[in-house]
Ligand binder design. Structure first.
Ligand code: ATP
Ligand code: MG
Ligand code: FE
Length: 334
């Protein structure tokens, strides 16, 4: 079964053709990062316009690379939310037009579920159930994936998302947007014990996260060090900050895996590209006999292949969408 999938929730215009939810025939991603970088973040109105300009060409490129035509497509998948309303509308309107014109079924997809499903593409034998940590630019979720397209939401951030925290600290350090990859690289050269930033675990037994206190602690450290006229070693700040985030993410993921007697932890979302996170998960996983899964870098951040995978698994589970599908900018994961 061939799915044509469209992703336009933020600042990547992407179209993919994917077979049976796991095999990528094409995954064309056009990033607007260079345009938004000069503003230090995504400007929603510009994002929508750029999606409109790009979408038709991206779809054609995806078909060409997959060596197929519209007639070969069995299902249209599209990101329904969460994301920027104007940006999502471009994808949804295009997908509806295709579904109507081709008389093919349409499936609205939760973008965050898409991030999880990137792992089904990367790991052909991965099957639920598993414990899943989703760490993206706008969301931090701890989830138990009971089955395909069936999740139990266990914990979430109460303030900043993990990726957002990386981006804000990067900005304070004068690094380009998005700052996650820069922090990741600087961390390798820094001492992660140089500065003792807080680890916020919240109440005993809580699976929720909070990163705003850590963000404030880093900003205060930077201001105070500057005021004292002392040198700021940005590699050490990056490494110590990153370690404070990872300690909490990893600890809660393993605690949930234990509670669920689950021997698989899956990481998803842009921050799953973080080498420190991957390494720390794998080291602890090998000590505690828990297998760790994450997508390759290109599948961690926004792309339509992951949306095609989620559309497929929802479709075969019997979920239905139709042409009344509308954008859901604040869509949650159950
Ligand atoms: P959401 O999926 O929540 O709607 P988004 O789509 O903007 O948000 P993603 O595309 O999943 O987010 O991920 C982008 C985020 O991932 C950014 O915050 C970016 O800094 C972060 N990121 C990317 N690579 C790394 C890395 N190596 N280390 C840490 N963070 C990273
Ligand atoms: Mg993006
Ligand atoms: Fe995303």
């Amino acid at each position: 079964m061939l799915t044509l999938a469209i992703e336009t929730s933020c600042d990547e215009t992407s179209c993919a053709i994917i077979r049976d939810g796991r095999e990528v025939l094409s995954n064309i991603i056009s990033s607007q990062i260079d345009i938004h970088r000069k503003f230090g973040g995504v400007v929603p109105e510009i994002a929508s316009r750029k999606h409109i300009e790009a979408i038709n060409n991206i779809i054609q490129e995806a078909l060409d690379e997959a060596k197929c035509t519209f007639n070969d497509i069995d299902l249209i998948g599209v990101t329904q939310g969460p994301g920027l309303v104007g940006a999502l509308l471009v994808g949804i309107s295009t997908a509806k037009a295709l579904a109507y014109g081709l008389n093919k079924p349409i499936m609205g997809v939760n973008h965050i579920e898409g991030h999880i499903c990137a792992n089904y593409i990367e790991h052909k034998d991965l099957k639920p159930p598993f414990t899943c940590l989703i760490v993206s630019g706008g969301h931090t979720y701890l989830v138990y994936a009971k089955d395909y397209a069936d999740y139990e939401l266990i914990g979430r951030t109460r303030d900043d998302a993990a990726g957002e925290a990386f981006d804000k600290i990067a900005r304070a350090l004068g690094l380009p947007y998005p700052g996650g990859p820069f922090i990741d690289n600087l961390s390798k050269k820094g001492n992660n014990e140089a500065i003792d930033f807080p680890r916020v675990f919240l109440e005993n037994n809580s699976y929720d996260f909070s990163f705003s206190g850590l963000k404030t602690a880093v900003l205060n450290y930077l201001n105070q060090t500057k005021q004292k006229g002392e040198e700021i070693v940005i590699e050490d700040v990056a490494a110590s900050f990153q370690q404070a985030v990872l300690d909490v993410l990893v600890d809660k993921s393993f605690r949930l895996a234990k509670e669920k007697s689950s021997n698989k932890i899956v990481i998803a979302g842009g921050v799953a590209a973080n080498e420190g996170l991957r390494k720390m998960m794998e080291e602890r996983g090998s000590r505690e006999n828990i297998e760790i899964f994450y997508p390759s870098r290109i599948l961690c951040t926004d792309n339509a292949a992951m949306i095609g995978s989620a559309a497929y698994f929802n479709y075969i589970k019997g979920k239905k969408s139709d042409l009344h599908l509308s954008v859901e900018p604040n869509l949650g994961l159950k």
